[in-house]
Design a protein around this ligand. Structure first.
Ligand SMILES: [Cu+2]
Length: 427
């Protein structure tokens, strides 16, 4: 259902709780059941916060609290988030709306909420100590302002930020244009980039880590637990990508040249739109990208090769080309079950873990993901854009793997390493 002023008023008149967007039908199990209406923006693996109309004011209620979050089956952690999830629910509203956002603090320390990118009175900016008293445990504060812009924005704490963001406190704040979209958008996706240091065998992210993270996530999920982006051939798709991690991420899309159309600074004038296949989403930034969907299964991922991997040890010796058969038995005397690997590259890792080789407790494999042709060897900031000719409008169901037209898949032509006569440089 399209969000219109009439819908909202109807909702208010009948005493129903209106939602700006219904959120994912396959949202996290911890999501409240109140969401019900199809919405404008689809938060990958997430959900949209319902609001109440109090007079002319849209009133939202965030609860900062400790949660148990699953990054992917096999790895859970005690995190901090909002209303039962990390990221917190997406706040979606319309330019010109008067909003009130109640924030209840159920954390063991003080917090605040900064509305990242929003134009508002200084005292509503949410900076603990600077623009307001910090929200102490048990307290509820009200933020109230009129939305004077539209675009893709975020919210996060501005109190003990290092810890609270590292534990997962973040969310999207999407403001739709008052006069409707200038170019019709058929599917509107949004997600936040993040990183986590969940050391092997532990159950709480380590907020002291600056660079050597183990989990790289879209909306706090690790591939293959990240939802696909589904679309019908020819539809115009927008993806809003925000970054509250500690790294800049070059987000790369296969299959199309998309157009960068906006940032947290709002929608750009058309003269500034540009064609890209990779956009660096810097820390604290948002990027809006738009494209016309082309049939196929298309990878969509961070281009930092380690950011599409699951947890791994760094600072270990490079074993490529090293015959380890002699040391394997000796190490096994101290570490039963030890398996030497890496002599011929790392792809054997997924074969080992798929074969049942146990890793450290509560730790995901470095490589994961199965496609129709075998192992995908991905495990972090990666998902698939699935575009099909025969999807119904608004159908977000995972359509399975793409059925390639005959003759359009790369194929084996020889198994002989000496096949053919390719030109080779002589050294
Ligand atoms: Cu990255």
């Amino acid at each position: 259902m399209t969000l219109t002023r009439r819908n909202i008023l109807l909702g208010a008149a009948t005493g129903l709780v209106a939602t700006a967007a219904g959120g994912s039908a396959r949202a996290a199990a911890s999501s409240p059941p109140t969401r019900s209406r199809a919405g404008k923006v689809r938060t990958l693996n997430g959900w949209t916060l319902p609001y109440r109309l109090v007079g002319e004011v849209k009133e939202f209620h965030l609860v900062a609290e400790e949660i148990v979050h699953e990054f992917a089956p096999g790895s859970k952690a005690t995190c901090w988030g909002y209303n039962g999830s990390t990221p917190g629910p997406t706040i979606e509203a319309v330019e010109g709306d008067h909003v009130r956002i109640l924030v209840t603090n159920r954390l063991p320390e003080a917090t605040s909420v900064h509305w990242h990118g929003l134009i508002l009175p200084s005292g509503m900016d949410g900076i603990g100590g600077l623009t307001q008293a910090r929200i102490q445990p048990g307290e509820t504060f009200a933020y109230e302002f009129v939305l004077r812009q539209h675009g893709s924005h975020m919210y996060h704490p501005h109190a003990d930020e290092m810890t609270q963001i590292a534990y997962g406190m973040m969310g999207l704040f999407i403001i739709l244009p008052k006069g409707g979209e200038e170019v019709r958008i058929d599917r509107d996706y949004a997600f936040l980039l993040h990183n986590w240091a969940l050391h092997p065998g532990t159950w709480r992210p380590d907020p002291s880590i600056m660079q050597d993270f183990s989990l790289w996530t879209f909306n706090s999920k690790v591939f293959p637990a990240i939802d696909p982006l589904v679309a019908r051939t020819g539809e115009r798709v927008r993806v809003r990508i925000g970054n509250l991690s500690m790294w800049n991420h070059p987000i790369h899309m296969h299959g199309v040249e998309y157009v960068e159309t906006g940032s947290d600074g709002g929608r750009w004038p058309r003269s500034q739109w540009r064609r890209e296949v990779t956009s660096i989403v810097g820390v604290g930034q948002m990027r809006d990208i738009e494209f016309t969907a082309v049939a196929g299964d298309w990878a969509f991922h961070c281009h930092m090769a380690h950011h599409t991997m699951g947890p791994m040890g760094h600072g270990v010796p490079n074993t490529t080309g090293v015959d380890q058969s002699d040391v394997e038995g000796k190490i096994q005397q101290m570490l039963p079950g030890y398996m030497a690997m890496g002599e011929n590259g790392m792809s054997i890792h997924q074969e080992h873990t798929d074969g049942g080789m146990p890793g450290p407790g509560n730790t995901l494999p470095m490589m994961a993901g199965k496609g129709p042709f075998g192992n995908m060897e991905m495990g972090g900031m990666f998902t698939v854009i699935k575009v099909r000719d025969d999807l119904a409008p608004g159908d977000f169901t995972d359509p399975g793997w793409y059925r390639h037209p005959p003759g359009t898949v790369a194929r084996r032509v020889s198994s002989d390493p000496s096949f053919g006569a390719p030109p080779r440089r002589q050294i």
